[in-house]
Design a protein around this ligand. Structure first.
Ligand code: 5GP
Length: 114
């Protein structure tokens, strides 16, 4: 599969404001934030998106959500609330084909999304 900009961030070939790293994933601030808090949580494993997720990736995807929860907790976002988003495919607005969870918070988020 084609390498993405996220792979370059994983390899530290380009800079990013990294807020979490562990053996399975990293999390960093979005370069074009859509809310006061906008963090991307991505697996180290190159998975293009939810469509490409294998059954064996279920624990890994669960781990991404656990990290999102922990970041939200550490950031004091639990009371106000936050949104976790995985855009899947072009119609949903996916632009980087390396699986990622958006963690958005810090303003009132409208529903439905545009
Ligand atoms: P998607 O549209 O695929 O759901 O989300 C991709 C996200 O990656 C976008 O919110 C975009 O701003 C972010 N992004 C794209 N390139 C970079 C980059 O080089 N650095 C960082 N930190 N974020 C990026």
């Amino acid at each position: 599969m084609a390498s993405t900009v996220f792979n370059k961030i994983l390899r530290k070939e380009i800079p990013a404001e990294i807020v979490h790293e562990d053996e399975l994933c990293i999390a960093f601030c979005d370069i074009n934030p859509q809310a006061p808090t906008h963090v991307l949580i991505i697996p180290r494993k190159e998975i293009q998106g939810i469509n490409a997720m294998a059954d064996e990736d279920v624990p890994l995807v669960g781990h991404l959500f656990r990290v999102a929860r922990d970041l939200a907790r550490a950031g004091g976002l639990e009371d106000g609330g936050y949104r976790l988003v995985i855009n899947t495919g072009a119609d949903a607005g996916q632009t980087v084909f390396h699986l990622h969870v958006h963690l958005l918070a810090g303003r009132t988020l409208t529903w439905p999304p545009g």
